[in-house]
Design a protein around this ligand. Sequence first.
Ligand code: MLT
Length: 202
Amino acid sequence: MQHIFIEGNEKNAPILLLLHGTGGNERDLFPLADMIDPNASILGVRGNVTENEMPRFFRRLREGVFDEADLKFRTEELYQFIQEMASQYEFDRNKVVAIGYSNGANIAGSLMYHYNDALAGAILFHAMVPLRNIQLPDLNGTPVFIAAGENDPLIPSDETKELAFALRNANAVVSEFWTKGGHQLTREEIVEAQKWYGTNIK
Ligand code: MLT
């Protein structure tokens, strides 16, 4: 997958896996990563599918309706990619923390819906339920931060709550942060994510 890896100053710091929203790229979330943990290593990845030339991490049939077969395929592809990158760049596979926005948060959610060891933690900005009717693995205390907008036109509040419920039910430790905003990423969410990271990851 197209990507950029930047080794952090601190050898033992986490590796931030940056997953952009629709139409983004592997560099989009660099400023966020810098705010959240300036010492961490960064693995910025570009989604492998395109929709009208806009990169995404998996196909959708229409807004909010995912191509589940592709989502499963792309989730496994990303999982394998992380393993490969860990040997290529010699980082600790067990210290990968995802930061995803929208489509990127959805594939991060899907990684946790499929694998118990994909992520050491996740910050999900404006995430949806990636898929339903599957048994989640035991996430065994994985810390997850979910930020959502009460007025997000793409994601009803109940869907965010369903996602949080499913992850908690799989033993993830989920923190929710709600704003009055919509689908846009806001500064207050990033500041809150930074605080959460300081107590839950570092
Ligand atoms: C997006 O535009 O990225 C959607 O809201 C989320 C998705 O399709 O995964």
